[in-house]
Design a protein around this ligand. Structure first.
Ligand code: GZL
Length: 328
């Protein structure tokens, strides 16, 4: 009898030790799994391959960096972004990031974030404010330079083709957005002193493929044969415009030069077909910079005020076979 009791008590002791070990390892694992950062991100929409690629990259990099991501899609409405930022504040996230659809109208909600002690990062687009300390960092392209690159390509092409009068139509992105205003400024500033250049009209395509097609239809009806160049602020609108040019009986890339911005796979494929002449890259792969900056802010470290990604220009001046898969 005694032996049996001893044996049972030994088994019970071993079981207790095992149970304790399992429990403690579970807690430790729970501790280890606790995300070190809760990031609230308001994405402006899903209007283009660029935007979808940007969202995908941010989600993938959050996973990779072990960041807990609350991502809300505003479906192209500023009021939805403001509401999302307010929810992030209420939820007491560690850091807020957002891609502002337009530059104006953010001071009030960003003041609320500041009062709540939550740092804010601008991703992709910028805001216009007198209050510099409402945000801690802007991670996004140098849109002005993109406009300059587009114009500098056109000047080189005009020289090489010996053109003495270049009639341009511009299809712009979302009005009052940073990329639209900066790309246009960079382009116009660069061609301003070149007397060969004439901008016949600028129309708003809102970065949308369907609007790009509509804008191109209208421009062809109004200017038809007189159009030498289309300067389009993003690939989505360019890809909407090209079929309209062909329907009207013109050869895109030959009868009408096409200059676009973003550098997504679809546009690069069309560039390789010779129907687009120049694509200025605007990379959507901002996720790593966002996670690294947010983690630094959480740790109380200094961060750069402005982070511009490196970007290239692809055009019919180059060996296009060297361009690898684009990832968006
Ligand atoms: C640019 C980004 C623009 C892209 C468009 O950084 O804000 O918005 O050029 C997208 O494709 O819709």
């Amino acid at each position: 009898m005694t032996k049996t009791v001893c044996r049972y008590s030994a088994v019970i002791r071993i079981l207790c030790v095992l149970l304790a070990a399992v429990f403690l390892s579970g807690c430790a694992k729970q501790e280890l799994d606790e995300p070190e950062l809760l990031l609230g991100f308001s994405q402006l929409g899903s209007e283009s391959a660029w935007r979808i690629g940007n969202t995908r990259d941010i989600e993938e990099k959050a996973e990779q960096y072990g960041v807990s991501l609350m991502l809300e899609n505003a479906n192209q409405k500023q009021e939805n972004q403001i509401a999302a930022i307010r929810r992030f504040i209420a939820y007491q996230v560690d850091v807020i990031a957002f891609s502002p659809i337009v530059e104006e109208g953010w001071d009030n909600v960003l003041l609320e974030a500041k009062d709540a002690g939550i740092p804010v990062i601008l991703v992709d687009r910028d805001i216009s404010t007198e209050n510099e300390d409402l945000t801690r960092c802007h991670i996004g392209a140098d849109f002005y330079r993109e406009g300059v690159e587009a114009a500098e390509y056109l000047i080189r092409k005009t020289d090489s083709e010996g053109m003495d009068h270049v009639r341009i139509v511009e299809i712009t992105g979302t009005e009052f957005s940073t990329p639209m205003q900066q790309r246009q400024a960079g382009f116009m500033d660069t061609i301003r002193d070149d007397e060969r250049m004439e901008v016949m009209e600028s129309v708003n395509g809102d970065f949308l493929k369907s609007r790009g097609a509509e804008c191109m239809q209208d421009l062809l009806e109004r200017y038809g044969n007189d159009i030498d160049v289309v300067f389009s602020h993003n690939d989505e609108m360019t890809l909407g415009a090209i079929p309209e040019i062909e329907k009207a009986g013109y050869r895109p890339g030959e009868d009408i030069l096409i200059i676009s911005i973003d550098g997504g796979q679809d546009a690069i494929d069309v560039l390789k077909e010779g129907k687009i002449n120049c694509v200025v890259e605007c990379t959507p792969m901002l996720g790593s910079a966002l996670m690294e900056t947010a983690l630094k802010l959480k740790a109380g470290e200094q961060v750069e005020r402005l982070i511009h990604p490196k970007e290239e220009v692809f055009s019919d001046e180059q060996d296009l076979t060297k361009i690898g898969p684009r990832g968006y």
